[in-house]
Design a protein around this ligand. Structure first.
Ligand code: B3K
Ligand code: ZN
Length: 879
């Protein structure tokens, strides 16, 4: 049991800092076992501070203090107090210099927060509150300072020494040591500090900015990975150009560096001028990385780069404002990917992600607003709500304003707030000031948790030609928010005539004629009616085109209407969504009765779509991919784990059998052997052919399994190899085992490829998967200390294998709880994140509920629980 229950921090308690730090001078004597950090801080009282006792309270954790001095005078122990969370100084001058020297121990740092060792290198991660594990500081984002950083280390072991800003000094010292000094002229919060020491090599390039400055670009990796950086570098240059063109944002330093690290809690980190990346989001070669990996690298490189303006130059006042930088930056990276790739496919992928992670979060015990009101551990709030829903909230504002006014509003934001730490409210105010719109009600999107549910009723009056849509919104209660106000919801609609063409959208009272296409209705009440006039026959409505708001639609469309929309809607997103709804209905019918007949017109529509030579292949692959087992579970009152899995298999098998010839034809037509290129057309072709092969394999088709074997052996690129390997493994038998052994033999030297080998086994629906996962934990390549390995094996099993993780005997739950308890002392962030796989226990049947509840209770009962795990476990049980 947690002895000292961690306490919650509340937004309403925000106070400006009592002191400011203008400049920081750091000196690191680096050694994995024992690093010394000397800090000189230029402090002054904050004129804007509202109240206080005059004491200076600095954050600091796990620091051994060796020296402390004010204005050069060392303090005696009675002049300060050191406690678990920091250091308090009484009676300090209004303006003074503070010097401290502390000792820290990177090699013992398994939490990967602060300064830690990853393989042979040393690196840092300071967001959100890791800087306090490096030195005593005002470790909060509204304290922005300029940094000068001196790094000293053994030259042979750590020839490369990096920090934020520009390099200003480099020299050799006695005893084989050397020194590098870096200066960052841009004031920044401490969470953006970074340093790297290692034996690294860089791929170098350069970029000339729109105003003609040359920026040196460097991607640092371990020498054997130098041949896997091309895609990352290309992505970076594309992102830099795009941000100039689309948002008018230029890079500001003379050098931009990226470092790939193999032990990393998240994807990457936007430290000023020195982005530190999980190597998974840097390293790629066609034979080692899949299309999904290439895509992830492009968007994460862009995301971190975009933070330079949205996050770094303009940062968050406090951590409740996290979505100010994350929601906006996700919106920016989504738009970037849409512009450089395929907009329609990108939107579908983003909505799939939102539906898979954010909607469930909004419906579970951890639901929180985009701008949370309170937290126990901020690291638990890097969530789908803050990121993905936050991006949707920015997207809605962009759409409400339209492209020109939105650009005017973002220009205003960058100009008004450059160099400041601000709030989501400041962001919305820029939208209002630039456009003249009142977004008061819109602000509820930041304040209220939960996903609004829309229901729509249509009525057509043939005599008057009036067609009306009555829309209701209802948002279910979430923890701490029993009652919700109506949201301001943009609803993009189209109306299709009998020929499938868009009709004009003339609203009653319109003074000018309206063109056919899409129209945005603004719902602001809990119930509202919109009436269109001038219709000759009842149209088929296409609602929520392009997914204009993060809502759920309770659709009453008939199967016929869905098939009609799937075939004719001018909005690609809604063609996809109609197909998803249709497949969802079929799958849920199969959950009820695995023998249920599937309608002939479904096969006909599926086949017609498959054979449409004109269509965009990536889009088609999305249309023909059924909703995941997890998503289907979300649509049921009680998740029927086994029924859903069976329904999925039955649907796959029947499609595979029934459309065998068409699927084989599509497979053959798209199975090219030309050199790999990460281009939208090629990606689409691979996705479509592997989807076709997947359906055929589900039907146990001998020819398809032989094709999978051949594809695996031909090993043209990792996308095709992995698709084939998955089919062979899931099919089981000798061929699967042989393929796994062969794959491991080929790639055992590449940890990121070994991760794929772990995941493909962990996500297999085979009955012995949990045993395999347990056995793989003992494999020499597995380590609980490496988050990528943990995610690939344990995370994949718990989050992407519903049927095995949720096995009714509860062994999956016990397995997860044991891992959470093992990871709790080692890496609380990763432990808490894994535990989230069990927080929606109330969604399952009584037996599973009891089993999950007991495991969460067991965790909550354990000794020395971290604040991270405590928060997730206690909220999951609703305590
Ligand atoms: N800002 C970082 C995430 C930091 C997570 C800290 N627990 C990466 C990103 O969103 O760009
Ligand atoms: Zn981010």
């Amino acid at each position: 049991m947690y002895r000292d229950t961690p306490h919650a921090i509340h937004l309403k308690d925000y106070r400006p800092p009592e002191f400011l730090i203008d400049a920081v001078d750091l000196r690191f004597d680096l050694d994995p076992e024992r690093t010394t950090v000397e800090a000189k801080l230029a402090l002054r009282r904050n004129p804007a501070a509202t109240r206080g006792d005059g004491d200076l309270r600095l954050h600091g954790e796990q620091l051994d203090l060796e020296r402390i001095a004010v204005n050069g005078h060392p303090l005696t122990p009675s002049e300060y107090e050191v406690h678990q969370e920091g250091l308090t100084l009484h009676r300090v001058p209004d303006q003074f210099g503070l010097e401290t020297r502390v000792r820290i121990h990177p090699s013992l740092n398994t939490a990967l927060e602060g300064l830690y060792q990853s393989g042979e290198m040393l690196c840092t991660q300071c967001e959100a509150e890791g800087f306090r594990r490096i030195t005593y500081f005002l470790d909060r984002p509204d304290v922005m300072a300029t940094y000068s950083t001196t790094l000293v280390a053994d030259k042979r072991r750590f020839p490369v020494l990096l920090s934020n800003g520009n390099p200003v000094e480099s020299r050799d010292l006695d005893g084989g040591r050397h020194l590098m000094r870096w200066e960052d002229p841009f004031p920044k919060p401490s969470y953006l500090f970074a340093l790297i020491a290692g034996d690294l090599k860089a791929v170098e390039d350069s970029f000339s900015t729109a105003s003609g400055r040359e920026v040196a670009l460097k991607i640092y990796v371990e020498p054997h990975n130098l041949d896997k950086c091309d895609h990352a570098m290309r992505s970076l240059k594309k992102a830099m150009r795009w941000d100039e063109e689309r948002f008018g944002r230029e890079y500001d330093l003379d050098i931009f560096m990226i470092v790939a690290v193999s032990h990393f809690n998240m994807g990457a980190m936007e430290n000023k001028g020195l982005n530190v990346f999980n190597d998974k989001f840097v390293l790629a070669r066609p034979d080692t990385a899949t299309d999904v990996d290439f895509d992830g690298i492009e968007s994460v490189i862009a995301h971190e780069y975009f933070h330079n303006w949205t996050g770094n130059r303009i940062t968050c006042r406090d951590w409740f404002q996290l979505s100010l930088k994350e929601g906006f930056t996700v919106y920016r990276d989504q738009e970037f990917s849409a512009d450089v790739g395929s907009r329609g496919v990108k939107r579908i992928g983003d909505v799939r992600l939102l539906r898979a992670h954010q909607l469930p979060e909004d419906e579970g015990p951890l639901a929180h607003p985009v701008r949370p009101d309170s937290y126990i551990e901020i690291n638990n709030f890097y969530t789908a709500t803050v990121y993905q829903k936050g991006a949707e909230v920015v997207r809605m504002q962009a759409n409400l304003l339209g492209p020109e006014l939105f650009r005017k509003a973002t220009d205003l934001y960058f100009e008004r707030h450059d160099g400041q730490a601000v709030t989501t409210d400041d962001f919305v105010r820029c939208m209002e000031d630039a456009s003249g719109r009142d977004l008061e009600q819109f602000r509820l999107w930041y304040q209220q948790a939960g996903t609004p549910e829309l229901s729509v009723q249509e009525a057509f009056d043939a005599d008057s030609g009036r067609y009306s849509l009555s829309v209701r919104q209802h948002t279910p209660p979430t923890p701490g928010q029993p009652l919700k106000e109506p949201f301001h919801i943009p609803i993009a609609v189209g109306l299709l005539g009998q020929d499938g063409e868009d009709l004009p959208l003339q609203l009653e009272g319109d003074t000018t004629p309206s063109a056919p296409g899409t129209r945005v209705l603004e719902l602001t009440n809990s119930e509202q009616s919109f009436t269109f006039v001038g219709l000759e026959a009842k149209p088929v409505p296409s609602l929520l085109r392009g997914f204009p708001a993060p809502v759920k639609l309770k659709t009453e469309a008939s199967d016929d209407d869905l098939l009609f929309l799937m075939a004719h809607d001018s909005d690609g997103f809604n063609r996809w969504d109609a197909a998803q709804t249709l497949m969802q209905r079929l799958l849920l019918a199969l959950v009820d009765d695995a023998e249920a007949e599937l309608p002939e017109r479904f096969f006909a529509a599926f086949e017609q779509a498959l054979m449409d030579a004109q269509s965009d292949k990536a889009l088609l692959a999305e249309v023909l991919t059924p909703p995941s087992e997890g998503y289907l579970g979300d649509q049921m009152a009680v998740v029927d784990v086994d029924g859903i899995h069976r329904a999925h298999s039955v649907l796959g098998r029947r499609v595979g059998e029934r459309l065998r010839d068409a699927l084989l034809e599509v497979y053959r037509a798209n199975d090219g052997s030309e050199p790999y290129a990460f281009m939208p057309d090629d990606v689409g072709r691979r996705a479509l052919k592997n989807l076709a092969l997947g359906y055929l394999a589900k039907a146990g088709d001998a020819e398809a399994l032989a094709a999978a074997q051949a594809q695996f052996e031909a090993a043209r690129n990792m996308t095709d190899v992995m698709a084939a390997l998955r089919l062979l493994v899931d099919h089981g038998g000798e061929a699967g085992t042989r393929a796994l052994d062969h794959f491991y033999g080929r790639w055992s030297g590449e940890p990121l490829v070994v991760d794929k080998w772990l995941s493909v086994q962990a996500t297999s629906p085979r009955e012995d998967t949990l045993e395999r996962v347990i056995a793989l934990m003992g494999h020499a390549d597995f380590s609980l200390r490496n988050p990528n390995r943990v995610r690939s094996l344990i995370g994949a099993f718990c989050n992407a294998n519903q049927v095995r993780f949720h096995a009714s005997d509860g062994r999956g739950y016990r397995f997860l709880a044991d891992r959470v308890l093992e990871l709790n002392p080692l890496n609380p962030q990763i432990a808490a994140r894994l535990l989230k796989a069990m927080v929606r226990w109330r969604r399952f049947d009584a037996g599973r509920q009891a089993l999950m509840r007991a495991e969460i209770a067991r965790i909550l009962d354990a000794e020395a629980l971290s604040a991270d795990v405590y928060e997730v476990a206690s909220k999951a049980l609703g305590d």
